[in-house]
Design a binder for this molecule. Structure first.
Ligand code: NAD
Length: 496
């Protein structure tokens, strides 16, 4: 374990892997430095698991699934463990939040109040769901009893990104574990430490040894090994579209395992003629910049009628000006670091390209920002681009940085067509007052989630996921349990 001496709150970083109910060394693994985007300093090492280690973790998970009694236990008992785990997460929320903030640069207050709050809520929600479910009887006659039951699928591999490292993780783990599966989790390379602490808390809450395992490693090696593993039954994945498709290939080329992909987005906020333009533009900008814009559902395109555009741009610029990068570990910070210098260079390049393509810079700069005292960090101030043409790269590709593209349109029909005119279909926002118009536009938008006169709202009941190249997996909600179960149908003749 490494202690981070300069963190405002001293944290012990767990390193290695978590297999069989304990933290273990990954013998002979390459050690890859994990650099904090806060200041460019190495905070620990990723012990990169190779294929042999992944095989070992899957075997441990399979053995635990077969022998620990977890799969056959009443769901209520598994739910109790999740509820207890939620309590332990709440007790350790500060350590977890500081670890996430150091790993990927989000403000520690948001790590605590948004991310860890969501983690606790998710574990508790699924835990409490356990006692409220029943399986329906199909037929109930004198000579026949027929029913179907949901049985755990077996070993689930969960592969997750770094932007909400713990929230994305529990969106997978809670329903998979509640359904009775064993899980092998592979966190992103950038965020290997927080998941180890989360797993340790899961063991303390009562998860049997081997039911939750964490393998840290590189995507192309450890991630691929899980995707191709013949003894993995389900892959649940959140990340980029390219990796999502790679997992479908791994499945096709191995054992045809189920793959649940939740991928990127290029979400639009559509402002209708009678909308409160100030509220709409404020929401679009805040939700383009939240988490430094590193959100799959970031409201990265603001689509406005010409008559509203100047006001909308001015409001978005006000929001941008109020959010300047600062030390993520400072509890007063509202806007932190970009995950790393490579990602930062990609954002700079995309903004420069947009300017070459005719967009104008209304707020921010195409160059990195510097936070005094943290010169080695990866910082980039929010950008508002005006006069963006819908067919240009900045309006089509995911930036994964704090960049809002304003697209001016002449009519509401054009707004819908522009909103739908990307290969993604994750989320959208609609702002207006006329209920009939809102309903018509909501139906016309090709997205998995549509927010009306708000953005990023919802609770654990509401499924989250996309369509088109945003994937087809859905997290949250009671139906997520079915991603990790198989239906067994039983037709029982009773008369001989
Ligand atoms: P990524 O696809 O690069 O990595 C995600 C995970 O996949 C990591 O654990 C990584 O190690 C692994 N991986 C990478 N390459 C792999 C390969 N060839 N084979 C197997 N595994 C591999 O994505 P990222 O950069 O970590 O995250 C950003 C992306 O995630 C964005 O596209 C974002 O929109 C998306 N995302 C989607 C949602 C959603 O709910 N739809 C939520 C958050 C992030």
């Amino acid at each position: 374990m490494a202690v981070i001496p300069d963190a405002r709150h001293e944290i012990e970083l767990r390193q290695g892997a978590y297999v069989g109910g304990r933290l273990v060394d990954v013998g002979g693994a390459d050690r890859v430095a994990v650099v904090s985007p806060r200041d460019g300093r190495t905070i620990g090492y990723l012990h990169a698991a190779d294929r042999a280690f992944v095989d070992h973790a899957v075997a441990v998970a399979r053995r635990a699934f077969d022998t620990s009694g977890w799969a056959g236990a009443p769901m209520r008992e598994r739910g109790d463990v999740l509820v207890k785990w939620a309590g332990l997460v709440a007790e350790s929320a500060r350590d977890l939040a500081s670890t996430v903030s150091l790993e990927m640069g989000k403000p520690v207050s948001q790590a605590l109040n948004v991310e860890l709050a969501a983690v606790e809520k998710c574990l508790r929600w699924y835990g409490e769901l356990a006692g409220k479910r029943s399986d329906a009887l199909l037929a109930h006659e004198d000579s026949v009893l027929a029913y179907s039951v949901e049985e755990p699928a077996g070993v689930v591999a969960a592969v997750v990104p770094w932007n909400f490292p713990l929230t994305m993780t529990v969106w997978k783990l809670a329903p998979a574990l509640l359904a009775g599966n064993a899980v092998v989790l592979k966190p992103a390379e950038q965020t290997p430490f927080s998941a180890l602490l989360l797993a340790e808390l899961g063991s303390r809450a009562g998860l049997p040894d081997g039911i939750l395992n964490v393998v840290n490693g590189l995507g192309r090696e450890a991630g691929q090994a899980l995707g191709r593993h013949p003894d993995v039954d389900v892959v649940t994945f959140t990340g980029s579209p390219a990796t999502g498709r790679a997992f479908m290939n791994y499945s096709a080329e191995s054992n045809g395992k189920r793959v649940w992909p939740e991928l990127g987005g290029k979400s639009a906020t559509v402002v209708l003629r009678d909308a409160d333009v100030r509220a709409a533009a404020t929401s679009a900008a805040e939700n383009a910049f939240f988490n430094q814009g590193q959100m799959c559902s970031a409201s990265s395109r603001l689509i406005v009628l010409d008559e509203h555009a100047d006001e909308a741009v001015a409001v978005a610029c006000e929001v941008a000006a109020a959010l300047q990068p600062a030390d993520p570990l400072d509890p007063a910070t509202g806007f932190g670091a970009i995950v790393g210098l490579d990602a930062l260079a990609g954002i700079e390049e995309k903004v420069a390209d947009a300017l070459e393509q005719g967009a104008t810079l209304a707020a921010g700069s195409s160059r990195r920002a510097v936070v005094p005292g943290l010169e080695g960090g990866a910082y980039f101030a929010p950008v508002v681009l005006d006069h963006v043409r819908p067919e240009t790269r900045i309006a089509q590709d995911e930036v994964f940085g704090p960049v809002l593209s304003v697209i001016r349109v002449a009519s509401e029909d054009e707004a819908i067509s522009v909103a739908n005119g990307t290969r993604y279909g994750l989320a959208a926002g609609v702002w207006g007052r006329d209920v009939a118009a809102i309903h018509r536009v909501t139906r016309a938008l090709r997205a998995g989630v549509v927010w009306v006169n708000c953005y990023e709202e919802g609770d654990m009941r509401l499924p989250f996921g996309g369509i088109k190249e945003s994937g087809f997996g859905r997290d949250k909600g009671a139906d997520a349990l079915h991603k990790y179960t198989d239906t067994k149908s039983v037709w029982m003749r009773l008369d001989g």
